[in-house]
Ligand binder design. Structure first.
Ligand code: PCA
Length: 218
């Protein structure tokens, strides 16, 4: 039997005054029932410009994964979004959980402008669609801590963890987060869990990147 793929999956704690975060719930649920062939560890990260990087670094040092996938909430997004790129920028729309709101500030001063995710983003999207989950590649992870986490993962892979593959998955609101006002897009926790399980299972197998465009702007 081949050695199982070591995957670190992270979710975020609630932020912005909300009382839950779908990424925390979905990541913990997947951690309790990981797909076969994967040595999975789940960590929940704080939402804080200084503390998120510290927690991420500590998690990587503890687990030394082959693959690091972070997940976070993208409130208002109607589908699961597999992020393609993280940029070296904080420009927070709302304060982090320590009340800080840096604008136009690099995540790591002097470091490169951006890092691409090194996971097969189109194959992950295809695997999610195959199990009936609306999903797409996203070409901007925003400028809050989710983008910063993908950027940091790319930077840490480039500088300290050679060979580690990295990616980020943004998840929609859960239905209970969209009751007031009603009508915003949401997705059930069960569907979000299937999306993450499909992505992990796809990583445990080989396959070509689908030659389809994922260049939609919206
Ligand atoms: N979403 C935020 C940060 C934490 C989270 O779950 C974001 O999209 O950057």
């Amino acid at each position: 039997m081949s050695t199982p793929l070591r995957i670190l999956l992270t979710g975020f704690e609630p932020f912005g005054g909300e009382n839950t975060n779908p990424s925390m719930q979905a990541a913990l649920a997947v951690g309790a029932a990981p797909p076969a062939g994967i040595d999975l560890t789940v960590e929940i990260l704080p939402v804080s410009c200084p503390r998120t990087p510290e927690a991420l670094r500590a998690a990587l040092a503890r687990h030394r994964p082959d693959v690091a996938i972070a997940t976070g909430q993208a409130g208002g997004c109607p589908e699961v979004a597999v992020e393609r790129i993280g940029i070296n920028l904080f420009d927070l729309r709302i304060p982090d959980n320590d009340g800080a709101q840096p604008l136009d500030t690099p995540v790591i001063p002097g470091a490169p402008a951006a890092y691409f995710a090194t996971l097969p983003v189109k194959r992950l999207v295809a695997a999610m669609r195959e199990v009936g989950v609306p999903a797409a590649v996203s070409n901007s992870a925003g400028t809050h801590l989710c983008n910063a986490t993908l950027y940091l993962l790319g930077h840490l892979a480039a500088t300290e963890y050679p060979g580690m593959r990295v990616g980020f998955i943004h998840l929609p609101w859960l239905p209970a987060q969209t009751t007031r006002p009603a009508g915003a897009p949401s997705m059930s926790l069960a569907t979000q869990i299937s999306a993450l399980q499909a992505a992990l299972a796809a990583l445990a197998s080989e396959g070509p990147e689908p030659q389809v465009s994922e260049g939609a702007l919206y």
